[in-house]
Write a protein that binds this ligand. Structure first.
Ligand code: SIN
Length: 277
């Protein structure tokens, strides 16, 4: 196995591994430690099936919950991130987020497997939140450590949310629900459970407030923080290729989808990796 760093703030490509075959325990250990170090791993030239994707996800930590998506037919734990060539609905996942951060135990990671990759555009952006936190002045770090964020899926998946009942013409199997109104508190700064590093755990996609702060103040605070979190110096831009699998760590990066592939179909199969026990 050979790891090639992206040359950006994080991200690496793994060579010399065939993910359509059973991984040895040593390979699983090596891939997991590269994942924790580089935060985003890409595996190029893979010829994987959905069975292979499931087996890989189990090896990396097991399946996490996937609320608000219907799985693809015949599978319980694989969802399709899909946009048809003629689709006009707003892009899915265009805001910075950490997957399902509104859950009590958000998933450790996410796998995305290329099914249909457009010839242009459709990059996924990652923002390194360990580096973004580390680069802050000490006083600012202390203040952020003292704050608790209120997460919710309501803006996205409630019946009146962005992917709610009025979101017509979308090809993805999104299942909006009243349960999206629930809230969940998480510290704004979290220590990574596996590598011990501190990271900002804040995203405009799913945070609706800060405990003890007026809404207007919290909104401008979060917007200012979001600008820092997504500063160019913290970004890894991932360019997709056919037959590629990408694995990222939701505890140390935020991510967002980008467009630029109008007139082309894009499909990826996604699994989430459960929080570490
Ligand atoms: C996602 O947030 O799961 C999708 C990212 C992408 O489509 O690039």
């Amino acid at each position: 196995m050979r790891i090639e760093q992206s040359g950006q703030i994080c991200g690496a490509t793994v060579h010399g591994v065939d993910l359509s075959a059973e991984l040895t325990p040593q390979m699983v250990t090596d891939i997991r430690s590269a994942w924790l170090k580089h935060r985003v791993l890409a595996f190029a030239d893979q010829s994987m099936s959905d069975d292979d994707l499931e087996r890989f996800t189990l090896a990396m930590g097991g399946f996490g919950d996937d609320p608000f998506f219907d799985p693809i037919p015949g599978r319980e734990n694989i969802a399709a991130i899909l946009r048809e060539a003629d689709e006009a609905s707003p892009l899915f996942a265009e805001n910075w987020h950490s997957d399902w951060s509104f859950l009590e135990r958000p998933p450790a990671g996410t796998c995305l497997m290329a099914i249909d990759i457009p010839p242009i555009g459709g990059d996924t952006l990652f923002a390194d939140q360990i580096s973004a936190f580390a680069a802050l002045p000490e006083e600012r770090k202390d203040h952020l450590r003292s704050l608790t964020a209120i997460h919710s899926a309501r803006g996205a998946y409630a019946p009146d949310g962005a992917y709610g009942e009025d979101d017509e013409g979308r090809s993805m199997a999104i299942r909006p629900d009243e349960s999206a109104m629930a809230t969940q508190k998480h510290p704004l700064v979290q220590r990574h459970p596996e590598n011990g590093e501190e990271a900002l755990f804040s995203c405009v996609g799913y945070i609706i407030g800060i405990e003890g702060m007026e809404d207007a103040e919290a909104f401008s605070f979060l917007m200012e923080l979001a600008a820092w979190q997504s500063d160019d110096r913290f970004i890894y831009r991932h360019k997709w290729q056919p037959d590629m699998l990408v694995l990222w760590d939701n505890r140390s990066v935020l991510h967002k989808a980008t467009g630029g592939y109008e007139g082309h179909r894009r499909e990826l199969h996604r699994t989430t990796i459960a929080a570490a026990a």
